[in-house]
Design a protein around this ligand. Structure first.
Ligand SMILES: NC(=O)c1ccc[n+]([C@@H]2O[C@H](COP(=O)([O-])OP(=O)(O)OC[C@H]3O[C@@H](n4cnc5c(N)ncnc54)[C@H](O)[C@@H]3O)[C@@H](O)[C@H]2O)c1
Length: 336
């Protein structure tokens, strides 16, 4: 078993939403951390010392400085993360999500880095209707985002088989939690609506099912895969799906705001359900702890009073997404 506590670890995309929480957890357990990101790590986001490499990891010099000899593990989070952006720019998405990943895997091989943990997505399987997604579900991605994550998973597989790198593709469902002020996914939209007394638009009847996983559960999944030296895909999710209507209702309970919902026609391609099986991760010791109520309660405070606990700036766009029709409806990007 690997021991993250005594490891030198590189976190790419460490200044991002998930990255900041991963870095915090790694410092807490005593790991020696390098953060590589093209944006600076927000001041005050974590306690503790770590090395930073600031720059675009597509630059081979930046990547080489980040993943240097003696690195035991990589948590590779840097990516084009927006499905919509990936559709607008498939080639650019390939450069970041595939070519950059290949370069890091190559450095890992050269330096005999033991562990490579890659942030993937259940979007690699595409639309499976109401079928439950497992690690065995065939990959049929429907967007450049999903396709580039699937391609990177194939590279990971070969680096495990040929070179013995313990490479794991962590397939996250929709992640939410503290630190979302700069995001435009449906949880922050609901929070902004609550704060500004606005409402939200919901695609269709709102009965579509989504798996929302809390960021601290995601961190637990990363550590469980690492400790187990897991290779191949691993679904890290809540393991329970709630409807978009349930989500709106939970946000009303947690915030105390009415958040009126207006139902608008569903987009083409809106998935009826995302249902995932987390039995494999559970067998490695992964234990998601949050339900929607307890999870949203960790998100609301930074929106309620505009202070952001982890050092990110409160979004200047706050409020822009609050009124009816002023933002993409709730349910968008649900295939992440
Ligand atoms: N948030 C989710 O719901 C979710 C779901 C499934 C998978 N994921 C995956 O998890 C990972 C992290 O997601 P997130 O929500 O924290 O995203 P994020 O956008 O908040 O963070 C990504 C970070 O990567 C950095 N980055 C991007 N391209 C880079 C480059 N070329 N060089 C250096 N840094 C670069 C960005 O500056 C950013 O800080 C991503 O790989 C994403 O695809 C996220």
């Amino acid at each position: 078993m690997a021991d993250p506590r005594c490891s030198r670890v590189l976190v790419t995309g460490g200044a991002g939403f998930i990255g900041r929480r991963v870095v915090r957890a790694l410092l807490e357990i005593g790991a020696e951390v390098t953060v590589a990101d093209k944006q600076p790590f927000p001041d005050g986001a974590v306690r503790g010392e770590f090395r930073t490499v600031l720059g675009d990891l597509r630059d081979p010099g930046v990547a080489a400085r980040a993943l240097d000899p003696g690195t035991d593990a990589v948590v590779h989070l840097a990516a084009v993360t927006s499905v919509l952006r990936s559709v607008a720019d498939p080639a650019g998405t390939y450069d970041v999500n595939v070519a950059l990943t290949e370069n890091l895997l190559e450095l890992a091989r050269k330096h005999e880095t033991r562990t490579f943990l890659f942030a993937s997505t259940n979007a690699v399987v595409g639309d499976v209707g109401r079928n439950v997604i497992t690690e065995q579900t065939p990959m049929r991605p429907m967007t450049p985002y999903g396709a580039t994550k699937a391609a990177a998973e194939m590279l990971l597989s070969c680096y495990t088989a040929c070179y013995g790198v313990n490479a794991c593709a962590l397939r996250f469902s929709n992640v939410y939690g503290p630190g979302m002020a700069a995001k435009d996914s449906f949880v922050p939209r609901l929070m902004r609506a609550a704060r500004c007394g606005g409402g939200v638009d919901v695609y269709g009847d709102g009965h579509q099912l989504r798996d929302l996983v809390h960021i601290d559960d995601v961190v637990g999944g990363v550590l469980a895969a690492w400790r187990a030296d897991w290779t191949g895909p691993l679904i890290v999710a809540a393991g329970r799906s709630d409807s978009v209507n349930d989500l709106v209702a939970a946000a009303r309970r947690v915030t105390g705001a009415p958040i009126p919902a207006r139902h608008v026609p569903a987009k083409q391609g809106e998935m009826p359900a995302v249902l995932v099986d987390i039995a494999t991760a559970r067998a490695l010791g992964y234990q998601p702890a949050y339900d929607l109520g307890s999870g949203l309660a960790t998100v609301w405070p930074e929106f309620a009073d505009g202070t952001v606990a982890d050092g990110t700036a409160a979004s200047v766009a706050d409020g822009a997404a609050a009124g009816h029709g002023s933002a993409a409806p709730v349910g968008a990007e649900a295939a992440k």
